[in-house]
Design a protein around this ligand. Structure first.
Ligand SMILES: Nc1nc2c(c(=O)[nH]1)N[C@H]1C(S)=C(S)[C@@H](COP(=O)(O)OP(=O)(O)OC[C@H]3O[C@@H](n4cnc5c(N)ncnc54)[C@H](O)[C@@H]3O)O[C@H]1N2
Ligand code: MOO
Ligand SMILES: [Mg+2]
Length: 418
């Protein structure tokens, strides 16, 4: 059985996972700590923006009709009856023959219907009680942002499941959301497997390598907005391994293991994910790298058993774990964000049956067209090309290699996707 597994298409595997997941816990956090979190409540405008008639320039608020025909040769002289700094209100009405000195962002007084820039004026006698010459005619409404110009009252601004970036943070602040209801960061335990693995601080020894996948996964998890925890090594012995994994599944929102999913003598994840009270969702995918990627669900929580080969581990995370995390954080759009690009390579080999996800780098051509070029060696065991990749090039199964300029789908990598 360990050798005979049914390969699932990646899209079907993702659907199998997503249909079993519900958005997770929510919590309320101060707005200052809400960056990169996912909103768990909508935001609608309880007031228009701006909520007062706002000057767009430093200048003089006045009546537009009184400036008709004004020019440098024939200025219009107005009495200056006040000065309005930002945040202050001119508590009278502007009467004919008057102008008020006003700053950018200040409330335009009633009676005024235009603001003329300081550069188009000549103060005659400084300050209040003085006068100003207007050197240019103004149209009604000039340099005034009317109430609701930007946002009308009641307008829907943010939906739940939206990631809070700079624009979202600004809107939340504008509408007084000092505390924000967000989805809790999923707590994810990461296990490594394999007797060849050394801790990062240990010196190399013959046949041994340092555990790099756990740190790669930590970075991917953090980038995805989670709280990862290094759970150490999975014990070699099946029962102990199962105890460690199930205990972590009880304690955390998700568990990820790396290594030990193939058919080798010490690959225990197959036995661990069969013959227990968890349900196996799949243990083979029609993709390269990462074909032995395995997922199970137990008591509503997911166990992802990713491959030990570094690139396979990475790709398994990007294609399956990241969308699952997104759903746990209330995300509406859990897609991979693929877009079309032209292949920049003389030939790119295809696999007869499996879809390949080739590490690539995007460039923009002189006419603005998007290109994707493979980077370095694409084998599953290669780590260094992950450093250079900013996308995965999707290579559908086929008999012939893809050639230069073939239209391919490209999945962007990194935090910008979620
Ligand atoms: N007879 C077969 N052998 C293999 C098959 C197969 O179908 N039949 N599949 C191959 C494919 S495809 C992959 S992918 C790998 C999957 O390997 P495992 O997930 O079982 O991982 P391991 O055996 O534990 O290790 C593989 C490789 O990765 C290195 N590794 C493991 N953990 C880490 C880590 N935390 N950090 C860095 N590197 C790690 C490990 O040393 C091995 O070199 O199986 C193929 N074999
Ligand atoms: O499926 Mo494995 O990850 O190709 O090498
Ligand atoms: Mg193995």
């Amino acid at each position: 059985m360990k050798f005979q597994r049914t390969a699932l298409q990646v899209e079907e595997a993702a659907a199998r996972i997503l249909e079993r997941l519900q958005p997770g816990r929510t919590e309320t956090v101060p707005l200052a700590e809400a960056w990169n979190r996912y909103l768990a409540e909508p935001l609608a405008a309880d007031q228009p923006v701006p909520h007062f008639r706002r000057s767009g320039m430093d200048g003089y608020a006045l009546r537009a009709e009184e400036t008709a025909g004004a020019s440098e040769d024939s200025p219009v002289r107005l009495a200056v009856t006040g000065i309005i700094p930002c945040g202050s209100i001119y508590d009278r009405r502007l009467e004919p023959g008057q102008a008020v000195r006003i700053m950018t962002g200040a409330a335009v007084p009633d009676g005024a219907d235009a603001v003329v820039r300081l550069e188009d004026t000549l103060p005659e006698e400084e300050g209040e009680g003085g006068a100003v010459s207007i050197l240019r005619s103004a149209k009604t409404g000039a340099n005034i942002s009317e109430i609701g110009l930007e946002i009308v009252q009641g307008e829907k601004l943010l939906e739940p499941g939206r990631r809070i970036g700079p624009g979202e943070a600004a809107l939340l602040a504008m509408f007084g959301a000092a505390q924000v209801k967000v989805y809790a960061r999923p707590r994810v335990a990461v296990f490594a497997t394999g007797s060849e693995l050394l801790a990062v601080e240990e010196p190399l020894a013959p046949g041994k390598i340092r555990n790099s996948n756990s740190y790669m996964l930590l970075a991917q998890l953090r980038e995805a907005g989670c709280e990862p925890v290094l759970a150490g090594a999975i014990p070699d012995e099946l029962e102990l391994a199962r105890q460690a994994v199930t205990a972590a599944m009880d304690d955390y929102d998700m568990v990820i293991t790396t290594g030990g999913v193939s058919v080798g003598d010490y690959d225990i994840l197959y036995d661990l994910t069969t013959g227990w009270d968890g349900e196996l969702l799949f243990n083979k995918l029609a993709m390269r790298p990462g074909s032995p990627t395995t997922a199970s669900i137990r008591r509503g929580k997911l166990l992802f058993a990713l491959s030990g080969n570094p690139a396979a581990c990475f790709v398994g995370f990007e294609l399956l774990v990241r969308p699952a995390l997104r759903k746990l954080m209330g995300g509406v759009d859990v897609g991979l964000g693929a877009f079309p690009a032209r292949l920049k390579a003389d030939r790119l080999k295809t696999d007869a049956k499996f879809t390949r996800f080739v590490r690539g780098v995007r460039t923009v051509g002189p006419e603005g067209q998007l290109w994707a070029a493979p980077v370095g060696v694409d084998a599953s065991s290669i780590t260094v090309s992950l450093r250079d990749a900013d996308c995965l090039i999707v290579v559908p199964p086929g008999d012939a290699p893809l050639v230069q300029e073939t239209l391919v789908r490209v999945i962007p990598l990194g935090g910008s996707r979620l």
